[in-house]
Design a binder for this molecule. Structure first.
Ligand code: FES
Ligand SMILES: [Fe+2]
Length: 424
């Protein structure tokens, strides 16, 4: 399904990969049941006894901090006869009670049901089999919580590999730490999940698909909005996509044409905004030196952590994950990540940016959704018009930001895991 012809600089993906139910079965088995999947950010359950429920990788999960503040991830299913033990999205509780027959559990997962003598034998739960079932692996990378349904998977840091250093460029926005602000954006797209992987790291489509947004910025905020703030410290060598290994990839470019609340000023923010940006940028320089400091402040980066976590660090920071319900349908969840010590003005700019461009009702997401659903409809012709071309820039020695190398990184890993690649 994936053909790479290095000599001919050609990279093709079969459209079967987007429509065939047996491909989705294989993806569930070989990818979603084996890879590290993003679950939540630690700031979403800050206090003892906080919990949240979430669908991840086709499972229903319950993430809980117990009374000692230890974090647990359980399968949200009752050991009795299977009902979901927690039905709220989030809250704070000492334990969970299944609504069906009333079995109860502590928030460390321990069985806590009262029953009459004779209902069950002595030592009914002696081996813990009536406790909530923990997810085989739960690991944290600097506040990002991931799960893995394969007990023998390599450790998360090993899986992230060089991608961790790029994630740091996002998590280092503030010395005080990062937090999810507000709730979750949830929406569905009638398209294959891999189309959203491609789209999330696709520099090629921006000007064509999102012309409305660029027109809007120019009209409402003045043409100077799009004037890039030049920095003497950052050279061109940071441009272009990078293969981060294991199917992870990043495309970064800068300096940013739009304001970045972390520390990249635009005239629309005025002198007060300028002073705040300079203060924050000076902090970054102090922590990381001018080059890395400016990279964090002024550069945009779109990242895919294989298979389905997107980190877009652009005019706001989005964490986005998605899961296929069918070959042509996915559910998407997205969150805004921000420095905990942001001023109210800058938090305002950030949330405006988030809604305006990244949100499901913004200037970009509906355009992207339309493009993805259009591709999926186009794949109805897959039997007669069967191949996607993902070759842009293959003949170059140094890739450009709007090349398709970052997508090829994803597809190579996908093909490796499914045994579907051919290299010539
Ligand atoms: S299914 Fe939960 S108590 Fe029966
Ligand atoms: Fe887009």
């Amino acid at each position: 399904m994936v053909i790479e012809r290095s000599e001919a600089h050609e990279f093709l993906v079969s459209r079967t990969a987007f429509v065939d139910p047996s491909v989705l079965d294989a993806e569930r088995r070989e990818i979603f049941d084996r890879c590290w999947l993003y679950l939540a950010h630690i700031s979403e359950i800050p206090q003892a006894n906080d919990f949240l429920t979430r669908s991840v990788g086709g499972r229903e999960l319950l993430l809980a901090r117990d009374r000692k503040k230890v974090i647990h991830a359980f399968f949200n299913t009752c050991p009795h006869r299977g009902a979901m033990v927690e039905r709220e999205k989030s809250g704070n509780k000492l334990g969970f009670q299944c609504f069906y027959h009333g079995w109860a559990f502590n928030n460390n997962g321990g069985f806590a049901t009262r029953y009459r003598r004779g209902d069950y034998p002595e030592g009914f739960n002696a081996d813990g089999c009536k406790n909530l079932t923990a997810v085989p692996r739960l690991e944290e990378y600097r506040g990002l919580l991931f799960v893995n349904f394969d007990a023998s998977a390599p450790p998360l840091v090993e899986y992230l590999g060089p991608a961790a250093a790029y994630i740091n460029l996002v998590l280092d926005h503030s010395a005080e730490g990062m937090e999810i602000c507000g709730g979750t954006h949830e929406y569905s797209i009638k398209a294959n999940w891999k189309l959203l992987v491609e789209n999330s790291i696709d520099g090629y489509h921006a000007l064509a698909t999102h012309s409305t947004y660029f027109d809007y910025l120019t009209e409402h905020l003045g043409p100077e909005t799009m004037v890039a703030e030049r920095s003497p410290h950052v050279g061109r060598h940071h441009d272009g996509p990078f293969d981060l290994g294991n199917g992870h990839a990043v495309v970064s470019s800068g300096p940013s044409p739009w304001g970045r609340p972390v520390a990249h000023w635009i005239p629309a923010w005025g002198d007060v905004g300028k002073a705040e940006v300079e203060r924050r940028r000076a902090q970054l320089h102090e922590r990381f030196g001018p080059e890395r400091g400016d990279l964090i402040a002024s550069w945009n980066r779109n990242m895919i952590i294989f298979p389905n976590l997107v980190i877009n660090d652009i005019m706001a920071v989005t964490l986005r994950t998605f899961y296929p319900l069918a070959p042509d349908l996915m559910n998407v969840s997205a969150w805004a990540l921000a420095p905990t010590d942001e001023t109210p003005e800058f938090r305002g700019y950030r949330l405006e940016n988030f809604l305006e461009f990244l949100g499901p009702g913004g200037f970009a997401t509906p355009d992207d959704q339309e493009a993805l659903e259009s591709c999926q409809r186009g794949y109805r012709n897959a039997i007669n018009a069967g191949w996607n071309d993902i070759s842009k820039g293959m003949s170059r020695r140094h890739f450009h930001g709007d090349d398709e190398e970052q997508m090829r990184c994803f597809w190579r890993e996908w093909a490796k895991r499914l045994g579907e690649g051919t290299r010539e």
